[in-house]
Design a protein around this ligand. Structure first.
Ligand code: SF4
Ligand code: SF4
Length: 388
């Protein structure tokens, strides 16, 4: 295992890290065999040098306590001492400092930990700025660090890269940022645009979703398969994803999902073999062009060319049209549609009804008709809920 600099902390993080209790796990039926395999897989990865575990989102699961059991089993005393762990507090729903304290305490109880090495304020977007300011997140971070409850604070960011500076300026203690980064999301929310700024600030970056929860390595649509077979640099989709992510020297670690990628010893060995002897400069121009062609193939299947610029907001009725279009695009690009459907319901988009006022259509300079997609999504997901 190779290690990369972890920002200002002076610590070295393993090039591959682990993410547990992610959305893709919440979609599975309980399975004792898989549970045991995951305990074994996490321990195997740690034995092979993985030293960072993102503890994920117990809130995705109906029975949070139960969901955390296999993680706690894998990270018993011996294994816990070999890794740093990160708990996540989604910014949505945090209104007061008491909410922050309660959310952190609840995560620490679920994982039986007395100290979280990292606390990630997650799902941060440009519109989180005011709430982060009103929470005075910087002084809260100082107080919980001083009390020894957390080691460092970080954020999970999902928005255009140009909003990042505003968010970073709110809290000088940010040490790490989690961003979704994959071949299709090269420039999307925030994409590689975030890397220049984070490198200037010496903030460590962990790339998550490099295979989009396994959707880039599972069966794909015909036009994508054609581009894969015509690629100049031949390799499996898994290897392409991992090499592409690690080709950016601004990435400290690529997070592997215990459901999608690191789900067994065999899978871990496979991913480790891709990174053995690998250096960022090994990804040459032809491999980058292959990735660009793949991206175009995925984009050709999108329902809308919307870039989620948010110029059509705000909706007078509180509907997040760009996010809904993002989910619909996800559904149209990948055969596995379970994830966007879950997110649509989890994020409560179905509770807001579009009045067809037309405001978003007028505000979109590209005339992408967000209203139409909002209405289609409402109907589509409402039908799916009824069919269950
Ligand atoms: S619909 Fe248009 S204005 Fe709205 S986010 Fe998409 S591109 Fe931007
Ligand atoms: S058309 Fe619907 S989504 Fe668009 S602004 Fe009006 S209510 Fe909101």
């Amino acid at each position: 295992m190779k290690y990369r600099n972890f920002g200002k902390t002076g610590w070295g993080i393993s090039e591959l890290s682990i993410g547990v209790l992610r959305l893709e796990e919440a979609l599975e039926a309980p399975d004792e065999k898989k549970r045991l395999e995951r305990v074994e897989a996490i321990r195997f990865a740690i034995d092979r040098g993985v030293n960072y575990v993102n503890l994920g989102y117990p809130s995705y699961f109906r029975d949070r306590q139960k969901a955390c059991e296999y993680v706690n089993e894998a990270l018993d005393r011996e294994y816990r001492s070999k890794v740093k762990v990160a708990v996540n507090l989604p910014v949505r729903g945090l209104i007061t400092r008491e909410d922050l304290d309660n959310a952190l305490d609840s995560q620490m109880r679920l994982f039986n930990i007395e100290k979280a090495d990292f606390c990630i304020i997650d799902n941060v977007r440009s519109d989180s700025r005011d709430i982060l300011k009103s929470l005075d997140i910087a002084s809260w971070a100082s107080s919980v660090i001083d009390k020894g409850k957390i080691g460092y604070i970080g954020l999970g960011f999902h928005d255009d890269a140009h909003y990042l500076k505003d968010i970073i300026d709110i809290c000088p203690q940010w040490e790490v940022i989690h961003i979704e980064l994959s071949i299709p999301d090269y420039l999307h929310h925030p994409g590689v645009g975030a890397l220049t700024f984070t490198q200037e600030q010496n903030i460590a970056v962990i790339a998550t979703d490099i295979t989009k929860a396994g959707r880039l390595t599972a069966s794909s649509r015909k036009n994508v398969r054609e581009v894969q077979s015509a690629a100049r640099e031949k390799m499996s989709p898994e290897e392409r994803c991992i090499r592409w992510a690690l080709s950016f020297s601004g990435i400290a670690s690529a997070q592997m999902s215990v459901q999608a990628e690191f789900n067994s010893v065999k899978q871990i060995e496979k991913y480790l073999s891709y990174t053995e002897g690998f250096a960022p400069q090994d990804v040459g121009i032809w491999e980058m062009l292959d990735a660009a062609r793949l991206r175009e193939a995925y984009f050709a299947n999108r329902a809308s060319p919307c870039k989620a610029c948010y110029c059509c907001m705000p909706c007078p009725y509180g509907i997040d049209a760009p996010r809904i279009i993002e989910l619909i695009n996800d559904e149209s690009m990948f055969p596995d549609t379970g994830i966007p459907e879950f997110q649509y319901n989890f994020e409560n988009h179905q509770n807001k009804v579009c009045t067809e006022c037309g405001s978003c259509n007028k505000l979109c300079l590209k005339r992408y008709q967000p209203q139409r997609i909002v209405l289609e999504a409402y109907e589509r997901y409402a039908n799916k809920r009824m069919n269950k």
